[in-house]
Ligand binder design. Structure first.
Ligand code: SF4
Length: 318
């Protein structure tokens, strides 16, 4: 394998995704040395709270919360503060790395942001946990309110490539996502920015998306492997191309292009990488426990066990 991992071209990246599976162990070893340099042998765990669920105005084809979804999910405007606090205490009690809080929707009224910011302020006072919010397109004024309330990081996934974006969403654009991220960065927010493999895209779309993510320099890069949800537009998507080997190549590429970022394997790890977690951790230093926005996941204790069984160290906040 003759790649200059520090200066990968898009052609190199595509050929890595096309690498014969027999050559994957060699790639994983090379990626592991980079992961070890920047992240040691540790894996951090994040907990996700779905603070607003369903009734979204957008039509993201993969999402159970979209306006077109008929998926059976809980729908609520703002989760009870008690639930937010309970999850916040779980983050501190279990020494998890971060409390991630997602809200469905793309644009919010100032009054809604103020109401949410009050909850964040209370939560921060109680738990002091690092917080990342996924909260649509904020205005600069709204972002300032949340920053002052204690939010350090915002999640904005690109989800797929610029080319493929209209295939998965037509109610907002890829460019709007990029420009909102740039605005947030200029205000001093850390950025969590990743994507989804398995939406029917080409490998080139994964390459293009990962290069666009690299240009953003996010602190965290969550990579999801798509699990079709009944009742959504993509419920019948054939994801058979998401072999464990292919998923590992995607994660390796995410690490190579963002060597010092947290590379997080998000939704889908329990399905597509089951039994291969040791190899996943050669690229990945961060995972969720206890589920995703509208899907269940592995419990926290089992996730900690998974990390140690794989020969890695569970990262405990100092
Ligand atoms: S991904 Fe976000 S913006 Fe898109 S439909 Fe789901 S909740 Fe709405």
């Amino acid at each position: 394998m003759t790649y200059d991992f520090q200066h990968l071209s898009k052609e190199d990246a595509l050929s890595l995704l096309n690498l014969p599976d027999e050559e994957l162990p060699e790639l994983l070893e090379a990626v592991y040395s980079i992961r070890k340099k920047y992240k040691g042998n540790t894996v951090s765990i994040q907990l996700l709270t779905n603070a607003r669920s369903g009734n979204c105005s957008q039509n993201c084809a993969y999402c159970a919360q979209s306006q077109e979804s008929k998926a059976h999910i809980d729908k609520y405007r703002l989760v009870a503060y008690e639930k937010l606090l309970k999850d916040g205490y779980t983050v501190t009690d279990k020494n998890l790395a971060r409390h991630c809080i997602g809200l469905s929707g793309i644009r919010f009224q100032n009054s809604e942001i103020n109401e949410f910011a009050d909850e964040i302020r209370k939560l921060k006072k109680e738990t002091q946990s690092p917080i990342c919010c996924s909260i649509g397109f904020l205005t600069p004024e709204q972002a300032k309110i949340l920053k002052e309330a204690g939010v350090e990081r915002i999640n904005h996934n690109l989800n797929t490539s610029r080319r493929f974006y209209p295939n998965i969403c037509t109610t907002h654009t890829y460019e709007e996502r990029i420009s909102n991220i740039k605005m947030l960065q200029s205000m001093g927010f850390e950025i969590c920015c990743g994507g989804i493999a398995g939406l029917g895209e080409e490998k080139q779309d994964i390459v293009d998306m990962l290069f666009d993510i690299q240009a953003i320099h996010p602190q965290a890069v969550p990579i999801n492997f798509f699990i079709p949800i009944e009742g959504t537009a993509l419920e019948k998507m054939d994801t058979s191309y998401l072999s464990a080997e292919y998923c590992l190549k995607v994660l390796c590429l995410a690490r190579l292009l963002n060597p010092s970022s947290d590379i997080r394997c998000a939704a889908g790890r329990e399905v597509y990488l089951k039994g291969k977690e040791k190899w996943m951790f050669y690229a990945v230093d961060s995972i969720f426990a206890s589920g995703y926005l509208t899907a269940d996941g592995q419990a926290i204790e089992d996730t900690i066990q998974l990390i140690t069984d794989a020969g890695f160290e569970y990262f405990v906040e100092p």
